[in-house]
Design a protein around this ligand. Structure first.
Ligand code: SAH
Length: 249
């Protein structure tokens, strides 16, 4: 397995013998762009616990070109470079020899918009490939013949698929059971029950006269739950009314 290794990147797979709940192979021409997001906090710990096995692959390692070129001019002319089919095909083929993949996901501004239900669905998968485009995008034949799912992080254009891949990975990995310390924590996040989260507070209860709502200090569990639910409804009505309409309609 020719996966990218960093001297500085902590070996997040060190406790994994040969099995993790989920394996994510990320294909990129800039692996260092993804080094930071996965080597801290919750995602890093998920790797250390053996719950996820994230591998970064440098597409350049799979070109036969002696200058390691992975992009070329677009047929028909026009601005920007296009990522070539062959290196991506060779990399995906070599991965597929090792295991079956649930999906080969291309991060693309015209893909399906990432939302919580989509993150939930992907988090139940075992092996996925995430392909990051760059420049003008990838040769359309990659999308036709190799990619099985296309995901966008929003209706705006970024320079490459690396940041979107990090967003997708983060949204998915935190949903794997056991990744978040408090099992109920992901369930109480915004969107999970199609409601925005209620406000949260911590000590001190009075900072410069800015006070925490009395109810949260009351110790009255049932009333606190009711208050939180009311606040969640109020926020959803104010900020994302579409979520409530989708729920009832
Ligand atoms: N010319 C393309 C944009 C290319 S941007 C177009 O107009 O659709 C270069 C790469 O960045 C893409 O191949 C894709 O992998 C990634 N990218 C850019 N914006 C994105 C978004 N909103 N969601 C997911 N990936 C995105």
């Amino acid at each position: 397995m020719n996966s990218y290794r960093y001297s500085t990147w902590p070996d997040i797979n060190k406790n994994v013998i040969n099995f993790a709940v989920m394996r994510i192979d990320i294909l990129t021409i800039f692996p260092p762009m993804l080094e930071g997001p996965f080597s801290h906090s919750i995602i890093r710990r998920a790797g250390e616990k053996g719950l996820v096995d994230i591998r970064l692959h440098d597409i350049r390692d799979y070109t036969k070109d002696k200058h390691r070129r992975v992009d070329d001019y677009p047929f028909g002319g026009g601005a920007g470079m296009v990522m070539m089919v062959e290196p991506v095909d060779r990399l995906i083929s070599s991965l597929r020899k090792e295991r079956d993949y649930d999906e080969v996901i291309y991060m693309s501004p015209d893909g399906q918009l990432l939302d919580q239900p989509l993150a939930n669905r992907i988090s139940a998968m075992h092996n996925i490939i995430i392909l990051c485009g760059h420049y003008k995008g990838v040769d359309e034949r990659i999308r036709e013949h190799l990619v099985t799912m296309e995901v966008s992080v929003g209706d705006y254009v970024l320079s490459g698929g690396e940041l979107p891949a990090a967003i997708l990975t983060d949204a998915v990995v935190r949903l794997i059971p056991g990744v978040l310390g408090d099992e109920t924590s992901a369930l109480s996040d915004s969107f999970q029950d199609r409601l925005i989260s209620p406000p949260v507070y911590t000590r001190p209860s009075d900072y410069k006269g800015w006070k925490v709502p009395d109810i949260l200090l009351s110790g009255h569990d049932r009333k606190i739950d009711e208050w939180r639910h009311e606040q969640a409804l109020k926020r959803t009505r104010e900020r994302r009314p579409g979520l409530l309409r989708e729920q009832t309609g």
